[in-house]
Design a protein around this ligand. Structure first.
Ligand SMILES: Nc1ncnc2c1ncn2[C@@H]1O[C@H](COP(=O)(O)OP(=O)(O)OP(=O)(O)O)[C@@H](O)[C@H]1O
Ligand SMILES: [Mg+2]
Length: 327
C-alpha cells in the first residue's frame, strides 16, 4: 500500500464510526453507487423533470408527469418508472394524492449523473463522512486523482423554529433541496475564486453539479481532532496565512471558520481550510466583522488547546495590511 492509499484507508476507517452514528438509518442509507447503477437514462430524464419543477411544485401530480413525457412514453411506462423510483426512495409519494416529490437520494443521483456526463468524475466509492450539512464520498476524477464528492444535505441545521418556518416548516420539503443546491453553488463559487487567485491551503475544485461539489481529497485529520503538534505556532501561522491570502488576493472571508473546518495533512504538516459556502466578499460591509469572528474562533482554539497566545487585533492587522496595494 503506498502512502496515499494508507492515509485514505485510515481516513475511511476513522469515519466509519461517525457515519454509523450519523446516518439516518432506513432513509438514505444505501450506498449511492449501488443505487446509481440501477438507473437508466430514462430514469435520469424523469429525475431531471423533478429538478426543473422544484420551485413550482412541492409534489408533482402524476398526470403532470405523464403529460410531460407523453410523446416519448406510454402512460403505463411512465407510471412504472415513477413507481420504480419511489420504491428506490429517490422520490416519495404524497400520503393521500397521486403526486410525487424528489428526495435527497434522487437529487444525489441526478447530480452524480451530471458529474459523470460532464467528465468531472468517473467513479464514486465509499462514504467518508457525514457533516452537519452534507454527505461526503470518495471518488476518482477523470484524470485519476482521488477526490471528495460532497453532497449538501441542508434540512435541520436551523437553530430556531421561526427561521425554519420561513423555509416552509417542512423538514422533508423541496425547499431544503433548493437550499442545498444554493449551498453547493456558493461553495463552488468561493473555490473558483480562491483557485483562480492561487490561494494556497484551499482544496482544488474539480467541478460540481446541483448540490454537489467535487474537490481534491486531503489525506489528513480535522484540526479539532488533533491532540498534539510538534510546533503548534507554525500550524496557526499557516492558517492565518491562508486567511490572509484569501483576503488579500481573492477578496474573500470564509464566514464559518473554526477548528472544524480546517484539515491538517499530517504527513506534510500542511493546513487546509475547507467548507466555504458561507463566504463573504470583502466588499460587503459585514466582511470585517465576519473576519474578526473567524480569526477569533481559530485563536481561541489554539489558546485553549495548545497554549499558543496571539493577540486578535495584531493578527487582524497582519491579515488586512497590504490590502489596498495588492487587490
Ligand atoms: N477535501 C477533503 N479532503 C478530506 N476530507 C474532507 C474534505 N472535505 C471535507 N472532508 C471531511 O468531511 C468533513 C465534513 O466536511 P465539510 O466541513 O466540508 O462539511 P459540513 O457538512 O459543512 O461539515 P460540518 O457542518 O460538520 O462542518 C470534514 O470535517 C472533513 O473531515
Ligand atoms: Mg464543515
Amino acid at each position: 500500500m503506498d502512502e496515499e492509499s494508507r492515509a485514505l484507508d485510515q481516513k475511511m476507517k476513522r469515519n466509519a464510526a461517525a457515519t454509523d452514528n450519523n446516518t439516518i438509518r432506513g432513509v438514505d442509507n444505501t450506498s449511492i453507487g449501488t443505487v446509481y447503477k440501477k438507473l437508466t437514462n430514462d430514469d435520469f430524464q424523469l429525475l431531471e423533470h423533478f429538478i426543473s419543477n422544484l420551485k413550482k411544485f412541492e409534489y408533482i401530480p402524476l398526470e403532470v408527469i405523464v403529460k410531460h413525457f407523453k410523446k416519448r412514453f406510454t402512460e403505463k411506462e411512465i407510471v412504472a418508472r415513477v413507481k420504480k423510483l419511489a420504491k428506490m426512495k429517490l422520490i416519495e409519494r404524497h400520503p393521500i394524492t397521486e403526486a410525487y416529490k424528489l428526495r435527497f437520494l434522487g437529487l444525489d443521483c441526478a447530480a452524480l449523473h451530471r458529474l459523470v456526463t460532464k467528465d468531472v468524475i468517473k467513479a464514486i466509492g465509499d462514504e467518508i463522512g457525514t457533516g452537519k450539512e452534507s454527505k461526503l464520498y470518495i471518488g476518482i476524477s477523470e484524470d485519476d486523482s482521488i477526490v471528495v464528492v460532497k453532497f449538501y444535505r441542508i434540512w435541520k441545521s436551523f437553530r430556531n423554529i421561526s427561521k425554519m418556518r420561513s423555509y416552509g416548516n417542512d423538514v422533508g420539503g423541496v425547499t431544503w433541496l433548493v437550499k442545498s443546491i444554493v449551498s453547493g453553488r456558493r461553495e463552488r463559487e468561493a473555490l473558483t475564486i480562491l483557485n483562480k487567485h492561487s490561494v494556497d491551503g484551499v482544496p482544488k475544485l474539480y467541478g460540481g453539479a446541483l448540490h454537489a461539489v467535487v474537490i481534491e481529497y486531503i489525506p489528513g485529520r480535522d484540526l479539532y481532532a488533533v491532540t498534539q503538534f510538534d510546533n503548534p505556532e507554525e500550524i496557526l501561522q499557516q492558517i492565518i496565512d491562508i486567511i490572509k491570502e484569501a483576503y488579500i488576493k481573492a477578496n474573500i472571508v470564509h464566514g464559518d471558520l473554526s477548528e472544524y473546518n480546517v484539515v491538517i495533512d499530517l504527513e506534510d504538516m500542511k493546513s487546509y481550510i475547507i467548507d466555504w459556502p458561507q463566504y463573504v466578499s470583502t466588499a460587503e460591509p459585514k466582511a470585517y466583522e465576519v473576519l474578526r469572528r473567524d480569526v477569533e474562533n481559530v485563536l481561541k482554539f489554539f489558546r485553549r488547546k495548545f497554549r499558543v497566545d496571539k493577540d486578535l487585533n495584531e493578527v487582524i492587522k497582519y491579515i488586512v495590511e497590504g490590502k489596498s496595494t495588492s487587490s
